[in-house]
Write a protein of this length. Sequence first.
Length: 250
Amino acid sequence: MIKVSVVGAKGRMGRHVVDAVNGAADMQLALALDAGDDLTRITPENTDVAVEFTVPSVTLDNVLTLIAQGVDVVVGTTGWTDERLDQVREALAKAPREGQKAFIAPNFAISAVLADYFSTQAAKYFESVEVIELHHPNKVDAPSGTAIHTAQGIAAARKAAGLPAVPDATETDGGSRGQSVDGIQVHAVRLRGLNAHEEVLFGNAGEQLTIRADSFDRGSFMPGVLLAARKLASDAPAGLTVGLANFLDL
Ligand SMILES: NC(=O)C1=CN([C@@H]2O[C@H](COP(=O)(O)OP(=O)(O)OC[C@H]3O[C@@H](n4cnc5c(N)ncnc54)[C@H](OP(=O)(O)O)[C@@H]3O)[C@@H](O)[C@H]2O)C=CC1
Ligand SMILES: O=C(O)C1=N[C@H](C(=O)O)C[C@H](O)C1
């Protein structure tokens, strides 16, 4: 049995993770902690993998605490920059247990992971590209972690292919052109009724490709979360892995 503790267990995602772990035949729920709880209660004796879904402002501290506790950790919370990822790598390098692992994914839904992957494949074939993410209005961060990851992947693929900057004659902008992530414009919509959605628009003269992923229900993230926990408890490499695509046969 894989012993799993959940951090952020009372949140929208955390509640689903608790149910998913309780419903998994090969897993056992260890601790379910939330804001105000002492994370040092999570130890290698009671937990094989901790799953962290909290808020961007606290996730780094939580992850560093869990690593210092000697526990492997699956992270779904957003807010990760290159600098923060480096801090996790450094913490893992001096972790108390040999071979410790951390896994961070901007999105655990297979539709979103594939949309992100297909977008990097398509990127070099199009002159123009923009990313639109659409979410429920309770989301605290914009743009979404997924949209940032997608834009970064597209930008890297365009750079590797030697493409020039995306054409854009805009001279005045009150903010309507969105946020530039590595030169790719990203737009965020917040609308009651939505859950988590992303659309990537690719354009050439006379043609358009649209890649769209829709998570209608938070249950869509759970197979990916359980897969990550199982991988960390078995054959995932030591150190930090970023992105569920690493655990899929793509
Ligand atoms: N990777 C993925 O596939 C997905 C990622 N996400 C991301 O996951 C994160 C959580 O989303 P969601 O569940 O909707 O958010 P919620 O706000 O519903 O849940 C966050 C929970 O974390 C708790 N919390 C706050 N601070 C701490 C702390 N220091 N220690 C432990 N728990 C704490 C909150 O408590 P309180 O409310 O009392 O502050 C709350 O219960 C977001 O960053 C979101 O973008 C969401 C969906 C999918
Ligand atoms: O807050 C959410 O809901 C989601 N957050 C993640 C993100 O910011 O990419 C993943 C998914 O989009 C849902």
